[in-house]
Design a protein. Structure first.
Length: 281
């Protein structure tokens, strides 16, 4: 009975936490074209990078972490264009600062740990900045791209979980993520394809734009696989650092990285794909 009660309590916590998260997401989407989105992107980036640095055991390096978080906040905005000279300059400055930390604290700060922190503070914020790049398209297209990216990541996770629980027999990557199965992955991709197609049709019917179905249907399984890879990459990082969750900002769900690990891989791919094969005609 105690085990059952504990399970019910965990489920309640997950539901309440998810409900609060959805309310916050709805608020940010409602204020999508305001500075609220900019603030949300910076916060998500900083929290995610903090979680990764903490996972790497570098939280005791307060000054080093602080520098990484400052640069993470900068890289999370589109004010630094990816290929502009100022962006390249800032990245070189950041890399130089990280190397100085390694030189002055080489007994406690390894090159590997510093390189991981550099990677986290540059790449993760870049992924979250996709939300700001989506906004440049203007509504309703920007809303469609945001919902599509979230759908590709989260529908896949949901369908993979339930399909795996019901039919999973063959382990996908047992040494990385023991609970993931081949059947679950297939179910996740299929569910992703179905629900995202419905989502696209709903947006098309509501706002009167025409969907490029060829581009979308080809992208959806590719995006779903990218989400799976993102999930597995986040899992291997947790496994190598010996942690269960990245954080507890969402009780029952973990941290920002636990919720957005798939999306971090999906969003940049979706943005680039939409440039060369637009989803809307």
């Amino acid at each position: 009975m105690k085990v059952k009660e504990r399970g019910i309590a965990v489920l309640k916590t997950r539901i309440i936490s998810a409900a609060v998260g959805l309310v916050l997401l709805a608020a940010v989407i409602y204020l999508f074209e305001t500075v609220v989105l900019d603030v949300a992107v910076v916060l998500l980036s900083v929290i995610a990078v903090h979680e990764l640095i903490h996972a790497a055991g570098l939280s005791q390096k307060r000054f080093f972490e602080g520098v990484c978080l400052v640069f993470a906040a900068a890289f999370s905005t589109v004010y630094f264009n990816l290929f502009s000279s100022i962006t390249i300059l800032v990245e070189f400055v950041f890399a130089g600062i990280v190397l100085v930390f390694v030189l002055t604290d080489h007994k406690e700060l390894s090159v590997t740990s510093a390189a991981f922190a550099f990677f986290a503070a540059t790449m993760v914020p870049r992924a979250f900045s996709m939300l700001l790049l989506f906004r440049q398209y203007g509504s309703p297209v920007s809303y469609f791209l945001v919902f599509l990216s979230l759908g590709v990541a989260w529908f896949n996770d949901t369908f993979a979980y339930f399909t795996g629980c019901a039919f999973g027999k063959h382990k996908l990557c047992p040494e990385i993520s023991p609970k993931k199965t081949v059947e679950g992955a297939i179910g996740g991709v299929a569910g992703d394809l179905l629900l995202c197609a419905v989502l696209a049709y709903a947006f098309s019917a509501r706002f009167g734009f025409e969907i490029n179905w060829v581009s979308l249907i080809i992208f959806l399984p590719v995006g779903a696989v990218a989400g799976i890879l993102g999930d597995l990459c986040a899992s291997i990082i947790k496994r190598q650092f010996g942690i269960k969750d990245y954080g507890n900002i969402m009780p029952g769900h973990g941290g920002v990285m636990d919720r957005f690990d798939s999306w971090i891989f999906v969003a940049p791919l979706l943005y680039i794909w939409n440039i060369y094969a637009p989803f809307i005609i």
